[in-house]
Design a protein around this ligand. Structure first.
Ligand code: NDP
Length: 328
Protein backbone atom coordinates (compact mmCIF):
# COMPACT_ATOMS: atom_id res chain seq x y z
CA UNK A 1 0.00 0.00 0.00
CA UNK A 2 1.51 3.34 -1.06
CA UNK A 3 0.77 6.17 1.34
CA UNK A 4 1.68 9.84 1.65
CA UNK A 5 1.47 12.40 4.46
CA UNK A 6 -1.70 14.48 4.47
CA UNK A 7 -3.98 16.42 6.77
CA UNK A 8 -7.30 14.64 6.90
CA UNK A 9 -10.68 15.93 8.05
CA UNK A 10 -13.34 13.40 9.00
CA UNK A 11 -16.93 14.05 9.91
CA UNK A 12 -17.41 13.64 13.66
CA UNK A 13 -20.50 13.51 15.81
CA UNK A 14 -20.74 16.35 16.50
CA UNK A 15 -18.33 18.46 14.46
CA UNK A 16 -15.24 17.10 12.76
CA UNK A 17 -11.84 15.57 13.51
CA UNK A 18 -8.66 16.79 11.89
CA UNK A 19 -5.23 15.14 12.02
CA UNK A 20 -1.96 14.72 10.13
CA UNK A 21 -2.04 11.11 8.88
CA UNK A 22 -0.77 8.67 6.25
CA UNK A 23 -3.24 8.75 3.36
CA UNK A 24 -3.65 5.80 1.02
CA UNK A 25 -2.78 6.76 -2.56
CA UNK A 26 -5.57 4.44 -3.80
CA UNK A 27 -8.08 6.79 -2.14
CA UNK A 28 -7.12 9.81 -4.26
CA UNK A 29 -10.00 11.14 -6.34
CA UNK A 30 -10.25 11.02 -10.12
CA UNK A 31 -8.17 13.38 -12.18
CA UNK A 32 -5.87 13.27 -15.19
CA UNK A 33 -2.79 14.80 -13.53
CA UNK A 34 -0.97 13.66 -10.38
CA UNK A 35 1.20 16.33 -8.78
CA UNK A 36 3.94 16.07 -6.17
CA UNK A 37 2.97 18.98 -3.95
CA UNK A 38 5.95 21.02 -2.80
CA UNK A 39 4.39 24.18 -1.36
CA UNK A 40 0.99 25.20 -0.15
CA UNK A 41 -0.26 28.12 1.90
CA UNK A 42 -2.75 29.11 4.56
CA UNK A 43 -5.70 31.21 3.45
CA UNK A 44 -8.66 32.31 5.55
CA UNK A 45 -10.83 29.69 3.85
CA UNK A 46 -8.33 27.00 4.86
CA UNK A 47 -8.71 28.20 8.45
CA UNK A 48 -12.48 27.88 8.16
CA UNK A 49 -12.10 24.32 6.78
CA UNK A 50 -9.54 23.26 9.41
CA UNK A 51 -11.59 24.58 12.33
CA UNK A 52 -14.99 23.66 10.89
CA UNK A 53 -16.09 27.22 11.68
CA UNK A 54 -17.94 27.48 8.36
CA UNK A 55 -19.15 24.73 5.99
CA UNK A 56 -16.25 24.89 3.54
CA UNK A 57 -15.74 21.11 3.44
CA UNK A 58 -18.43 19.35 1.41
CA UNK A 59 -17.06 15.81 1.28
CA UNK A 60 -15.56 13.42 3.86
CA UNK A 61 -12.89 12.44 4.31
CA UNK A 62 -11.35 15.66 3.01
CA UNK A 63 -7.77 16.80 2.64
CA UNK A 64 -8.02 20.58 3.09
CA UNK A 65 -5.78 23.12 1.32
CA UNK A 66 -7.11 25.21 -1.56
CA UNK A 67 -3.85 25.91 -3.40
CA UNK A 68 -0.49 24.37 -4.21
CA UNK A 69 2.68 24.58 -6.24
CA UNK A 70 4.34 21.35 -7.32
CA UNK A 71 5.75 19.13 -10.03
CA UNK A 72 3.71 16.89 -12.34
CA UNK A 73 4.41 13.23 -11.63
CA UNK A 74 1.99 11.61 -14.10
CA UNK A 75 -0.38 13.03 -16.68
CA UNK A 76 -2.81 11.88 -19.35
CA UNK A 77 -3.78 15.51 -20.04
CA UNK A 78 -2.37 16.87 -23.32
CA UNK A 79 -1.13 20.11 -21.72
CA UNK A 80 1.03 18.55 -19.00
CA UNK A 81 3.90 16.08 -18.78
CA UNK A 82 6.00 14.72 -15.90
CA UNK A 83 8.42 17.34 -14.61
CA UNK A 84 6.21 20.37 -15.43
CA UNK A 85 5.99 22.91 -12.65
CA UNK A 86 2.40 23.91 -11.97
CA UNK A 87 0.21 25.88 -9.60
CA UNK A 88 -3.43 25.51 -8.65
CA UNK A 89 -5.88 27.84 -6.90
CA UNK A 90 -9.45 26.93 -6.07
CA UNK A 91 -11.79 24.95 -8.33
CA UNK A 92 -13.19 23.30 -5.18
CA UNK A 93 -9.85 21.72 -4.23
CA UNK A 94 -9.83 21.41 -0.43
CA UNK A 95 -13.63 21.78 -0.42
CA UNK A 96 -15.19 19.11 -2.65
CA UNK A 97 -11.98 17.63 -4.13
CA UNK A 98 -9.07 16.25 -2.04
CA UNK A 99 -6.73 19.15 -1.48
CA UNK A 100 -3.27 20.55 -1.07
CA UNK A 101 -2.14 19.76 2.50
CA UNK A 102 -0.70 16.51 1.18
CA UNK A 103 2.42 15.26 -0.50
CA UNK A 104 0.33 14.20 -3.49
CA UNK A 105 -2.70 15.62 -5.25
CA UNK A 106 -4.65 14.29 -8.25
CA UNK A 107 -6.61 16.95 -10.13
CA UNK A 108 -8.05 17.89 -13.51
CA UNK A 109 -5.34 19.19 -15.82
CA UNK A 110 -7.71 21.99 -16.86
CA UNK A 111 -7.43 23.42 -13.33
CA UNK A 112 -3.66 23.84 -13.49
CA UNK A 113 -1.62 26.73 -14.75
CA UNK A 114 2.11 26.80 -15.37
CA UNK A 115 4.30 28.29 -12.67
CA UNK A 116 4.98 31.81 -13.99
CA UNK A 117 8.45 32.34 -15.46
CA UNK A 118 10.90 33.77 -12.95
CA UNK A 119 8.85 32.73 -9.92
CA UNK A 120 9.67 29.86 -7.55
CA UNK A 121 7.03 27.50 -6.20
CA UNK A 122 7.66 28.94 -2.74
CA UNK A 123 7.09 32.50 -3.98
CA UNK A 124 3.92 31.44 -5.81
CA UNK A 125 2.50 30.01 -2.61
CA UNK A 126 3.73 32.92 -0.49
CA UNK A 127 1.38 34.85 -2.80
CA UNK A 128 -1.20 32.04 -2.75
CA UNK A 129 -4.90 32.41 -3.32
CA UNK A 130 -5.03 35.48 -1.07
CA UNK A 131 -2.42 37.30 -3.17
CA UNK A 132 -3.81 36.18 -6.52
CA UNK A 133 -7.23 37.43 -5.39
CA UNK A 134 -5.68 40.76 -4.43
CA UNK A 135 -4.42 41.03 -8.02
CA UNK A 136 -7.90 40.14 -9.37
CA UNK A 137 -9.26 43.01 -7.25
CA UNK A 138 -6.65 45.46 -8.54
CA UNK A 139 -7.40 44.38 -12.12
CA UNK A 140 -11.15 44.93 -11.51
CA UNK A 141 -10.58 48.45 -10.18
CA UNK A 142 -8.37 49.24 -13.17
CA UNK A 143 -10.89 47.82 -15.63
CA UNK A 144 -13.55 49.96 -14.03
CA UNK A 145 -11.34 53.02 -14.50
CA UNK A 146 -10.21 53.85 -10.95
CA UNK A 147 -6.92 55.73 -11.35
CA UNK A 148 -4.42 57.21 -8.87
CA UNK A 149 -5.22 60.82 -9.85
CA UNK A 150 -8.83 60.32 -8.74
CA UNK A 151 -7.81 60.03 -5.09
CA UNK A 152 -6.74 57.51 -2.47
CA UNK A 153 -7.92 53.92 -2.22
CA UNK A 154 -8.67 52.00 0.96
CA UNK A 155 -7.76 48.40 1.79
CA UNK A 156 -9.60 46.78 4.72
CA UNK A 157 -8.24 43.87 6.74
CA UNK A 158 -4.96 45.32 5.54
CA UNK A 159 -2.61 43.36 7.81
CA UNK A 160 -4.10 40.04 6.62
CA UNK A 161 -2.87 38.11 3.58
CA UNK A 162 -5.11 39.49 0.85
CA UNK A 163 -4.89 42.96 2.38
CA UNK A 164 -1.08 42.97 2.60
CA UNK A 165 -0.68 42.01 -1.07
CA UNK A 166 -3.34 44.54 -2.12
CA UNK A 167 -1.51 47.33 -0.25
CA UNK A 168 1.78 46.43 -1.96
CA UNK A 169 0.21 46.17 -5.45
CA UNK A 170 -1.83 49.37 -5.22
CA UNK A 171 1.08 51.38 -3.91
CA UNK A 172 3.29 50.04 -6.72
CA UNK A 173 0.56 51.15 -9.18
CA UNK A 174 0.91 54.70 -7.88
CA UNK A 175 -2.10 54.91 -5.57
CA UNK A 176 -2.13 56.64 -2.23
CA UNK A 177 -3.18 53.68 -0.06
CA UNK A 178 -5.13 53.96 3.18
CA UNK A 179 -4.77 50.76 5.20
CA UNK A 180 -7.55 49.86 7.60
CA UNK A 181 -6.52 47.55 10.42
CA UNK A 182 -7.62 46.48 13.88
CA UNK A 183 -3.97 45.99 14.81
CA UNK A 184 -2.35 49.41 15.33
CA UNK A 185 0.91 47.61 16.20
CA UNK A 186 1.13 46.67 12.50
CA UNK A 187 1.21 50.31 11.34
CA UNK A 188 4.96 50.26 10.58
CA UNK A 189 4.59 46.95 8.73
CA UNK A 190 1.77 48.40 6.60
CA UNK A 191 3.77 51.55 5.88
CA UNK A 192 6.69 49.36 4.78
CA UNK A 193 4.34 47.72 2.25
CA UNK A 194 3.38 51.13 0.86
CA UNK A 195 0.46 52.39 2.98
CA UNK A 196 0.49 56.14 3.45
CA UNK A 197 -2.12 56.31 6.19
CA UNK A 198 -3.63 53.94 8.76
CA UNK A 199 -7.39 53.92 9.31
CA UNK A 200 -8.52 52.29 12.55
CA UNK A 201 -10.78 49.29 12.02
CA UNK A 202 -13.23 50.69 14.61
CA UNK A 203 -13.89 53.73 12.37
CA UNK A 204 -15.54 51.41 9.84
CA UNK A 205 -17.10 48.70 11.98
CA UNK A 206 -20.26 50.39 13.29
CA UNK A 207 -23.52 50.48 11.30
CA UNK A 208 -23.02 52.75 8.27
CA UNK A 209 -24.92 55.93 7.48
CA UNK A 210 -26.42 55.84 3.96
CA UNK A 211 -23.81 58.39 2.82
CA UNK A 212 -20.69 59.56 4.65
CA UNK A 213 -17.93 62.04 3.87
CA UNK A 214 -16.35 61.20 0.47
CA UNK A 215 -12.92 59.88 1.45
CA UNK A 216 -11.61 57.53 -1.25
CA UNK A 217 -11.95 56.85 -4.96
CA UNK A 218 -12.06 53.12 -4.50
CA UNK A 219 -11.24 50.22 -2.27
CA UNK A 220 -10.42 46.57 -1.77
CA UNK A 221 -12.55 45.08 0.99
CA UNK A 222 -11.74 41.77 2.68
CA UNK A 223 -14.07 42.20 5.66
CA UNK A 224 -17.68 42.53 4.42
CA UNK A 225 -20.59 43.42 6.73
CA UNK A 226 -20.60 46.93 8.32
CA UNK A 227 -17.03 47.55 7.12
CA UNK A 228 -17.96 47.19 3.46
CA UNK A 229 -21.13 49.24 4.05
CA UNK A 230 -19.00 52.05 5.53
CA UNK A 231 -16.44 51.83 2.72
CA UNK A 232 -19.24 52.19 0.15
CA UNK A 233 -20.83 55.11 1.98
CA UNK A 234 -17.51 57.00 1.98
CA UNK A 235 -16.55 56.29 -1.64
CA UNK A 236 -16.29 59.37 -3.83
CA UNK A 237 -18.70 60.08 -6.67
CA UNK A 238 -18.25 57.53 -9.49
CA UNK A 239 -15.81 55.33 -7.56
CA UNK A 240 -15.75 51.55 -7.16
CA UNK A 241 -15.08 49.01 -4.44
CA UNK A 242 -13.93 45.43 -5.00
CA UNK A 243 -15.66 43.06 -2.55
CA UNK A 244 -13.36 40.12 -1.85
CA UNK A 245 -14.01 38.76 1.62
CA UNK A 246 -16.09 38.14 4.70
CA UNK A 247 -13.62 38.18 7.60
CA UNK A 248 -16.05 40.42 9.52
CA UNK A 249 -19.28 38.83 8.30
CA UNK A 250 -21.21 37.62 5.28
CA UNK A 251 -23.95 40.26 5.51
CA UNK A 252 -23.98 43.65 3.81
CA UNK A 253 -26.13 46.08 5.80
CA UNK A 254 -26.11 48.99 3.36
CA UNK A 255 -28.62 51.12 1.45
CA UNK A 256 -28.84 51.89 -2.23
CA UNK A 257 -27.72 55.48 -1.55
CA UNK A 258 -24.05 55.11 -2.59
CA UNK A 259 -25.14 53.44 -5.85
CA UNK A 260 -27.99 55.73 -6.91
CA UNK A 261 -26.83 59.05 -5.46
CA UNK A 262 -23.07 58.78 -6.04
CA UNK A 263 -22.87 56.30 -8.90
CA UNK A 264 -20.60 54.08 -6.81
CA UNK A 265 -20.07 50.52 -8.11
CA UNK A 266 -19.55 47.31 -6.19
CA UNK A 267 -17.27 44.89 -8.04
CA UNK A 268 -17.51 41.21 -7.08
CA UNK A 269 -14.27 39.22 -6.97
CA UNK A 270 -14.19 35.41 -7.12
CA UNK A 271 -10.96 33.48 -7.33
CA UNK A 272 -12.35 29.92 -7.21
CA UNK A 273 -14.11 29.63 -10.57
CA UNK A 274 -12.28 32.53 -12.25
CA UNK A 275 -11.73 31.69 -15.95
CA UNK A 276 -8.26 30.58 -16.94
CA UNK A 277 -7.22 33.57 -19.12
CA UNK A 278 -7.89 35.99 -16.26
CA UNK A 279 -5.99 33.73 -13.81
CA UNK A 280 -3.02 33.59 -16.15
CA UNK A 281 -3.06 37.36 -16.56
CA UNK A 282 -3.19 37.81 -12.77
CA UNK A 283 -0.24 35.47 -12.22
CA UNK A 284 1.77 37.04 -15.07
CA UNK A 285 1.25 40.44 -13.49
CA UNK A 286 2.09 39.18 -10.00
CA UNK A 287 5.38 37.85 -11.37
CA UNK A 288 6.37 41.29 -12.64
CA UNK A 289 4.54 43.75 -10.36
CA UNK A 290 4.74 42.35 -6.83
CA UNK A 291 7.90 43.53 -5.09
CA UNK A 292 9.69 40.31 -4.00
CA UNK A 293 11.31 42.02 -1.01
CA UNK A 294 7.87 43.09 0.22
CA UNK A 295 6.56 39.57 -0.41
CA UNK A 296 9.41 38.13 1.67
CA UNK A 297 8.72 40.64 4.44
CA UNK A 298 5.06 39.63 4.66
CA UNK A 299 5.71 35.84 4.58
CA UNK A 300 6.33 33.28 7.32
CA UNK A 301 7.09 29.62 6.58
CA UNK A 302 5.58 26.66 8.45
CA UNK A 303 5.52 22.87 7.95
CA UNK A 304 2.60 20.52 7.41
CA UNK A 305 2.56 19.68 11.13
CA UNK A 306 2.01 23.36 12.05
CA UNK A 307 -0.99 23.85 9.75
CA UNK A 308 -3.78 22.82 12.14
CA UNK A 309 -2.72 25.32 14.82
CA UNK A 310 -2.15 28.05 12.22
CA UNK A 311 -5.71 27.43 10.96
CA UNK A 312 -7.03 28.47 14.36
CA UNK A 313 -4.82 31.56 14.35
CA UNK A 314 -6.03 32.81 10.97
CA UNK A 315 -9.75 32.61 11.81
CA UNK A 316 -9.01 34.50 15.03
CA UNK A 317 -7.30 37.28 13.06
CA UNK A 318 -3.85 36.60 14.56
CA UNK A 319 -1.95 36.01 11.32
CA UNK A 320 0.02 38.87 9.79
CA UNK A 321 0.52 38.80 6.02
CA UNK A 322 1.01 35.40 4.42
CA UNK A 323 1.91 31.91 5.61
CA UNK A 324 3.62 29.55 3.17
CA UNK A 325 3.53 25.81 3.95
CA UNK A 326 6.48 23.59 3.08
CA UNK A 327 5.14 20.15 2.19
CA UNK A 328 7.26 17.06 2.55
P1 NDP B 1 -6.55 36.90 6.71
O1 NDP B 1 -7.08 36.31 7.97
O2 NDP B 1 -5.11 36.83 6.44
O3 NDP B 1 -6.99 38.45 6.66
C1 NDP B 1 -8.22 38.89 7.13
C2 NDP B 1 -8.03 40.19 7.88
O4 NDP B 1 -9.32 40.76 8.14
C3 NDP B 1 -7.41 40.02 9.26
O5 NDP B 1 -6.01 39.95 9.20
C4 NDP B 1 -7.88 41.30 9.94
O6 NDP B 1 -7.07 42.37 9.46
C5 NDP B 1 -9.28 41.49 9.35
N1 NDP B 1 -10.32 40.96 10.24
C6 NDP B 1 -10.39 39.71 10.78
N2 NDP B 1 -11.50 39.58 11.52
C7 NDP B 1 -12.14 40.77 11.44
C8 NDP B 1 -13.35 41.26 12.02
N3 NDP B 1 -14.12 40.49 12.80
N4 NDP B 1 -13.72 42.52 11.73
C9 NDP B 1 -12.95 43.30 10.94
N5 NDP B 1 -11.79 42.88 10.38
C10 NDP B 1 -11.40 41.63 10.64
O7 NDP B 1 -7.39 36.25 5.52
P2 NDP B 1 -7.11 36.27 3.92
O8 NDP B 1 -6.34 37.48 3.59
O9 NDP B 1 -6.65 34.94 3.51
O10 NDP B 1 -8.60 36.45 3.39
C11 NDP B 1 -9.31 37.66 3.63
C12 NDP B 1 -10.76 37.48 3.24
O11 NDP B 1 -10.86 37.34 1.83
C13 NDP B 1 -11.43 36.25 3.84
O12 NDP B 1 -12.77 36.55 4.18
C14 NDP B 1 -11.39 35.25 2.71
O13 NDP B 1 -12.40 34.29 2.80
C15 NDP B 1 -11.55 36.16 1.51
N6 NDP B 1 -11.01 35.60 0.28
C16 NDP B 1 -11.83 35.60 -0.80
C17 NDP B 1 -11.41 35.12 -1.99
C18 NDP B 1 -12.31 35.22 -3.17
O14 NDP B 1 -12.17 34.44 -4.10
N7 NDP B 1 -13.21 36.18 -3.19
C19 NDP B 1 -10.08 34.51 -2.14
C20 NDP B 1 -9.24 34.64 -0.97
C21 NDP B 1 -9.73 35.16 0.21
P3 NDP B 1 -6.53 43.55 10.44
O15 NDP B 1 -5.92 42.84 11.61
O16 NDP B 1 -5.58 44.30 9.59
O17 NDP B 1 -7.73 44.35 10.84
Amino acid sequence: MATFKAIRIDKGDPGQTVALTDFDEADLMDGDVTVRVEWSTLNYKDGLALTGKAPVVRRWPMIPGIDFAGTVEASSHPAWKPGDQVILNGWGVGETHLGAYAEKCRVKGDWLIALPAGMSGREAMAIGTAGYTAMLAVMALERYGVRPEQGPVIVTGAAGGLGSVAVALLSRAGFEVLASTGRPQEADYLRSLGASEIVERAELSNPARPLGRERWAGGVDTVGSHTLANVLSMTRYGGAVAACGLAGGMDLPTTVAPFILRGVSLLGIDSVMCPKPKREEAWRRLASELDRAKLAAMTREIGLDDVIAAGRDIVEGRVRGRIVVKIG
